[in-house]
Design a protein around this ligand. Structure first.
Ligand code: HEC
Length: 255
């Protein structure tokens, strides 16, 4: 028995170790795939702001539209640029070689990104670009050092500057939250007033919605499986009553 327990522990160990990861601390969010308005806003941001460079080749527009409650005709009209049809995958026309020349690394396909990195990482990454004149696009990132992606949401967030040394920056979340008030105590990154179109809360909400949508894309069947799972459990509960009654009937003469 003990041996089995140890084997089980060993099997689970690498998963938890991987989830912990290294590097800068991440801001935590609870994704909510039942929140359709959030997923719809996330999809709008994704097609407007990300699809120009990144593709989502495992996701069809129509499937996403149906899953998150958008009429496919509206998606065809307002969310598809170029001559793609709503039944097609979310491709883009950028060639991988050109992209590698422009950015150093080509922008990866984002269909499975949330499964690869996790929602917390994406949420933190998109809010952690800061000004760094030494980099080709003038920005660096706390959780992705020397990133090849420009800060494509800077007009919304504003120019973010870093007040810490690289070492402090890496640990900026450690002592950041005041346990009593929940307020941030030492802020490494601050947005220059008046440079962004959105307030901090609005920007965080935009990124939350976008991350929610990326999480949905990673597991488009999850919503469906959860609904089906509930039905199966209800069925099993009802079935149990009959099975139990039948068992009693069979055994009644034995005792
Ligand atoms: C101008 C082109 C461009 C746009 C627009 C763009 N990205 Fe990127 N993105 C890149 C490039 C290039 C990389 C690869 C960076 C590297 O490897 O150094 C990247 C990397 C990423 C990564 C990290 C991938 C990894 O390595 O795990 C994520 C996540 C990401 N982008 C999300 C987004 C989201 C979400 C949007 C829309 C808000 C977006 N990107 C818009 C160019 C772009």
């Amino acid at each position: 028995m003990k041996k089995y327990l140890i084997a089980l522990f060993m099997a689970v160990l690498p998963v938890t170790a991987m989830a912990a990861g290294g590097g800068a601390p991440l801001d935590h969010i609870e994704v909510d795939l039942e929140n359709k308005p959030s997923l719809q806003r996330g999809m709008a941001t994704f097609v407007n702001r990300c699809l120009g460079c990144h593709s989502a080749d495992y996701q069809r527009y129509e499937r996403a539209a149906n899953d998150i409650g958008l009429p496919p005709e509206l998606v065809q009209e307002y969310m598809i640029f170029g001559d793609q049809k709503v039944g097609e995958q979310m491709h883009n026309a950028m060639s991988k070689d050109d992209a590698a020349n422009w950015f150093g690394n080509p922008p990866p396909d984002l269909s499975l990104e949330a499964r690869l990195r996790g929602p917390d990482w994406i949420y933190t990454y998109l809010r952690s670009f800061y000004q760094d004149p030494a980099r080709p696009w003038g920005v660096n990132n706390v959780v992705f050092k020397d990133v090849g992606m420009p800060n494509v949401l800077e007009d919304l967030q504003g120019v973010q500057i870093n007040n810490c040394t690289p070492e402090e920056l890496l640990h900026h979340g450690d002592a950041e939250i005041d346990p009593l008030t929940g307020a941030r105590m030492s802020e490494c990154l601050t947005v220059v007033d008046g440079t962004g179109k959105l307030s901090e809360e609005e920007f965080d909400q935009t990124i939350y919605d976008l991350t929610n949508f990326l999480t949905y894309m990673g597991e488009p069947y999850r919503l469906e499986s959860e609904r089906l799972g509930t039905k199966v459990l209800i069925f099993l509960a009802i079935f149990f009553v009959f099975a139990y009654a039948l068992k009693k009937e069979y055994w009644k003469d034995v005792h």
